[in-house]
Write a protein that binds this ligand. Structure first.
Ligand SMILES: Cc1cc2nc3c(=O)[nH]c(=O)nc-3n(C[C@H](O)[C@H](O)[C@H](O)COP(=O)(O)OP(=O)(O)OC[C@H]3O[C@@H](n4cnc5c(N)ncnc54)[C@H](O)[C@@H]3O)c2cc1C
Length: 563
């Protein structure tokens, strides 16, 4: 019997307790992340960026692979079939680690492997930092930074600012400030390139070999690299990590042309602000770009196949964004499925499933992502993928083949850069015999970078209402917060969820400017199982938006029973 067969038949119930390398066998029953089947937004079935994994999961679905046992509930996935495993390496210094893909899933893993003393090669075809740095997170958040300033300026009349017009009296705030998109995008591309370079330098400083080229898996322990500057190179791998990311989903009747019909990766070549931008898809990506371009001055039409924008988010939070979008003049078309998008002279024509037509100068297709796993040689190497093409992994990033791990968007576990990086690190800690705990999705903090932002962590209200989690909910609108009043903040709220009885904080939602910064106390509370009383007894600054978090915790206090 091979080690993998033996382990598969004698599951170890606690993967974090096993010390890979100590007995030469990795634990075998780490629950497998589900198959990452993509959801349905816009025109079909994408994997959308959302803490819920995909929009089709709806607001009631738990994050994929969420660590249910954290809350004392039975881990339903423990019943899933165990994966074959490999023996962990025993001599790190002579271990060759090959990483396919230089995004956060790949480069963070490479840094860990180098730190532990392995010999590491990263193969990257486009640029270090991956889509995260070059086309997705860094560019979008840099663009959004400019949009935020625009929005702050144009909404500042209430705070007493005036905008003297050129020559004749005052002008309205919107006309007082305009954007030079060419300069914005030059800055965006420059920042992305510089960050990619920083990552390359860091990897090389840590002794990681970087090969520029496209890798394919010849066998679980062999990779072929078609080098960008010609020729091929074959690499032996004792440990192989797949971190190849994903790419925008394209639909046959709505093919991007890079000029007027665009994926989110093509937006940064625009030199002029789209006059009228039609955004197809109202998940996180669609909502963030719709918000940003509206703030920059485009006329925006958001085409959503669902009842409201951000269907995977907290319902109250999504409603705030829906209302704000409409109030600012955006056209939000709910229950409108785009059927085709074609060029129409200098513009675009979007035809909806019910026959209605929407015209614009440009169209952004934000209908989900497809994992970069086709043609990688996975099937030939016996590495299991789901129907959607995602690599099936467990919570320590193992695939179905010994010695082969996977991290990030190619696994479909939770499409966030932070999760990709953690999966990559966990893979290396596990493979190289360091202390490791399985991935815990329940404590992942996620943010939607709209204005206001939506930050979430832990269980959702929908899960509490459906009885999946036993909890109490308190919601405080920011309109009652002193600092919010001073700053002219009218939209948003904080919500806190605690376990009934114990008062342990199990989740929360913050809808406000910079919610991404405000959610951290909640993340700490969820991670360390603080009670609402512990949160309530900590000082918050007066006046501050975070004061509403402390107030929410106070409202959830249960007075002791008096006999
Ligand atoms: C518009 C947008 C905004 C986002 N904003 C955020 C955000 O604010 N916060 C957040 O946490 N997440 C955000 N995300 C999600 C985040 O971008 C992804 O979860 C993250 O990029 C996944 O990292 P990764 O390492 O798996 O893949 P990537 O960063 O995509 O890296 C994979 C790399 O592998 C390379 N590659 C692929 N195949 C091969 C091959 N055969 N050989 C060699 N190299 C190969 C690719 O060139 C790529 O560089 C956003 C996504 C989008 C689309």
């Amino acid at each position: 019997m091979s080690p993998s067969e033996r382990d598969a038949q004698t599951p170890d119930p606690d993967p974090s307790a096993a010390a890979p390398g100590s007995d030469g066998a990795a634990p075998s029953d780490v629950p497998v992340a589900d198959d990452g089947a993509p959801g349905a937004e816009g025109m079909g079935a994408p994997a959308e960026r959302s803490p819920e994994g995909s929009e089709a999961d709806g607001a009631t679905a738990p994050p994929r692979g969420a660590a249910r046992a954290d809350d004392g509930d039975a881990d339903r996935r423990a019943a899933e079939p165990p994966l074959p495993v490999r023996s962990a390496v025993t001599d790190v210094a002579s271990t060759r680690v090959v990483v396919l893909g230089g995004g956060p899933g790949g480069y963070e893993a490479a840094l860990v492997a180098a730190q532990l003393g392995a010999s590491v090669t990263v193969v990257e075809r486009d640029g270090l930092g991956g889509s995260t740095v070059l086309t997705d997170v860094v560019p979008s958040k840099t663009l959004i930074a400019t949009a935020e300033v625009m929005a702050t300026v144009t909404e500042s009349v209430e705070l007493g600012l005036r905008f003297p017009g050129a020559g004749r009296g005052e002008t309205d705030a919107e006309s007082a400030v305009t954007v030079d998109l060419d300069r914005v995008n030059t800055r965006v591309r420059g920042l992305a390139k510089a960050q990619s370079e920083d990552i390359r330098e860091r990897l090389e400083r840590e002794g990681v070999d970087v090969l520029v080229g496209r890798g394919t898996v010849l066998a679980p322990d062999r990779v072929r690299v078609e080098l960008a500057d010609g020729g091929t190179r074959d690499l032996r791998a004792d440990v192989l990590l797949l971190a190849t990311g994903s790419h925008p989903r394209e639909l046959p009747d709505s093919m991007p042309d890079g000029e007027r019909i665009l994926t989110w990766k093509q937006l940064y070549d625009l030199t002029e602000l789209p006059e009228r931008l039609v955004v197809v898809g109202s998940g996180v990506t669609g909502a963030e770009f719709a918000n940003a371009y509206e703030a920059l001055g485009s006329d925006v039409v958001l085409v959503s196949s669902r009842d409201r924008v951000l269907p995977g988010e907290d319902a109250d939070a999504a409603q705030v964004i829906d209302d704000v979008f409409r109030r600012r003049g955006m056209t939000v078309m709910a229950r409108s499925r785009a059927q085709s998008v074609v060029r129409d002279g200098d513009g675009v024509l979007v035809t909806l499933a019910d026959g209605r037509e929407v015209r614009g100068s440009h169209c952004l297709m934000a209908v989900g992502s497809i994992p970069n796993t086709a043609g990688l040689g996975l099937e030939e190497a016996g590495i299991r993928t789901s129907e959607s093409g995602h690599v099936v992994v467990d919570r320590v990033s193992r695939t179905s083949i010994r010695g082969v791990y996977a991290a990030g968007d190619c696994t479909g576990v939770l499409p966030l850069a932070s999760v990709a990086a953690m999966q990559g690190r966990i893979a290396m800690w596990h493979a190289l015999g360091d202390a490791v705990s399985p991935l815990k999705l329940r404590t992942v903090a996620a943010n939607v970078f709209t204005a206001p932002e939506i930050a979430t962590v832990g269980w959702t209200q929908a899960q509490i209402e459906s009885g999946e989690a036993q909890g109490q909910v308190v919601k405080l609108p920011l309109a009652g917060n002193a600092r919010a009043k001073m700053q002219g903040i009218h939209d948003g709220f904080v919500k806190l969820f605690c376990r009934t009885g114990s008062g342990t904080v199990i989740g929360g939602v913050v809808v406000s400017p910079r919610a991404s910064e405000l959610v951290f106390p909640l993340t700490l509370a969820v991670e360390h199982r603080l009670t609402v009383d512990q949160v309530a007894h900590a000082f918050s600054v007066y006046p501050s938006l975070s004061g509403s978090l402390a107030e929410a915790a106070r409202r959830l206090h249960t007075a002791p029973e008096v006999d």
